[in-house]
Design a protein around this ligand. Structure first.
Ligand SMILES: Nc1nc2c(ncn2[C@@H]2O[C@H](COP(=O)(O)OP(=O)(O)OP(=O)(O)O)[C@@H](O)[C@H]2O)c(=O)[nH]1
Length: 402
């Protein structure tokens, strides 16, 4: 009993330096969030967040090492023999992303494909020089193959060229599958072409099938699937590209003196080219590669605002209609073509409104409807009349003035 009496209850210090220290520590703890107070408890969720961030940004990190602001659009080239369906696929891809129809495809077209991805799509015709240029700069190649014919010489040639500069990502697209009447034969053919494609590119390379056309376009779901692949695809930085600056000119203006051209039509021209800088930084006195032209040293260079900026990186998942930008200065979006100091509206010739051309109808519907108006508005107003009560004389424009 005696021993228990000696046990004193511990009394906290009410004053003095120790008490003050403890008090300030307690106050500080109250200001902290639960995560700051006990970081270990939140370790797992933080790790998840970090991994997600890393997964989303992986592509842009690799490409944007030279350009920390925003990577330029990814270059997608559509390559294939003549009449295989390149232009048709081009138009379908643009329509899928930008919800707009291109009147005629000319020059590269830049579209916003997602929050972190923009695409510059180019069509490559069957010319060997064009193929070499495209193989150098393309990040992704859509290799079109006519299934009813099989692989053509040009396709193999292109694949050989690609090997020189480092292989871009290649996806095969089989068209003209509707030309097979027999389903079994079509499937056999698909299988044969797939294995041939795998031997040429690599085992398991992605091959898409476009099974037929509806109203002059490929089927929407098939194009949509293809586009989804393009939107999420990861790209490797290739050797040639990370060591050279290059500009894919998406717009060109001839600024040479018209008087000089009149006197000497074959004199040298002065042109200005517009495009995103890709590859490495541009330095002074460095030669810049321009696909289709060659290597040039720069005489003058200006920074321009981004004509097709990426959408704001908010948390919303899908793009709004406003964010689905398209930049196609040479192609005539919605029937409009830009020049240096003018804007042209494509009406499809002076007699286009008399011909019922179903294919071109949606592109210039608005302008065509304006052309169909025969009387001006004031004339229509004058001839119109309103009857206020049944049995009374109608009120016309002249009555109002009186
Ligand atoms: N039946 C069928 N016709 C197709 C298919 N793909 C394209 N075509 C048609 O083939 C024709 C040529 O298509 P384009 O898109 O102009 O081909 P292209 O490769 O751009 O042709 P060039 O620019 O001349 O090399 C068009 O009339 C298309 O309608 C397909 O899968 N099936």
């Amino acid at each position: 009993m005696e021993g228990e009496d000696h046990k004193k209850v511990h009394r906290k210090r009410q004053a003095g330096p120790k008490a003050e220290k403890k008090k300030s520590k307690k106050d500080h703890q109250q200001d902290l969030t639960p995560q700051q107070r006990n970081p270990r408890a939140f370790l797992y969720s933080m790790l998840e967040k970090l991994l997600k961030l890393f997964r989303d940004k992986e592509t842009s990190y690799t490409i944007s090492r030279q350009n920390p602001v925003e990577p330029p659009p990814v270059v997608v080239a559509i390559v294939g023999p003549p009449k295989v369906g390149k232009t048709t696929l081009f138009q379908c891809i643009v329509k899928n992303y930008a919800k707009q129809r291109l009147a005629n495809v000319q020059g590269p077209v830049t579209v916003v494909a997602g929050k972190n991805r923009r695409l510059t799509i180019v069509e490559c015709n069957n010319d060997i020089n064009a193929m070499i240029d495209v193989a150098k700069v393309a990040d992704l190649v859509l290799l079109l193959v006519d299934a009813s014919f099989g692989f053509e010489m040009e396709t193999f040639e292109f694949l050989n060229i690609c090997q020189v500069h480092g292989f871009p990502r290649i996806m095969g697209v089989l068209t003209h599958l509707d030309s097979f009447k027999d389903n079994k034969k079509m499937r056999e053919n698909q299988k044969r072409l797939k294995h041939r494609f795998w031997t040429e590119v690599y085992q398991g390379a992605k091959l898409f099938y476009l099974s037929g056309m509806v109203n002059g376009e490929y089927q929407k779901t098939e194009v949509h699937n293809l586009c989804r692949f393009i939107s999420v695809m990861k790209f490797r930085p290739l050797q040639w590209r990370i060591t050279h600056p290059y500009v894919i000119a998406d717009r060109m203006e001839d600024i040479s003196d018209p008087e000089l051209l009149r006197q000497k039509p074959k004199s040298d021209r002065k042109v200005s080219l517009y495009g995103y800088v890709r590859g490495t930084h541009m330095k002074n006195h460095i030669t810049v590669h321009i696909p289709g032209c060659g290597d040039y040293s720069i005489s003058d260079m200006h920074f321009l605002p981004d004509p097709c900026p990426s959408p704001d990186r908010e948390k919303r998942r899908s793009l709004s209609a406003k964010e689905r930008m398209i930049y196609a200065p040479m192609s005539g979006v919605g029937g409009i073509v830009y020049d240096k100091d003018a804007v042209y509206i494509d009406l499809g010739g002076s007699h286009s409104h008399t011909q019922a051309d179903e294919n071109s109808a949606p592109a210039n519907e608005f302008v065509a409807s304006l052309m169909n108006v025969e009387d001006p508005l004031d004339k229509k107003m004058t001839s119109s009349h309103v009857t206020m009560f049944s049995g009374t004389a109608p009120i016309t424009d002249g009555d109002m003035e009186g």
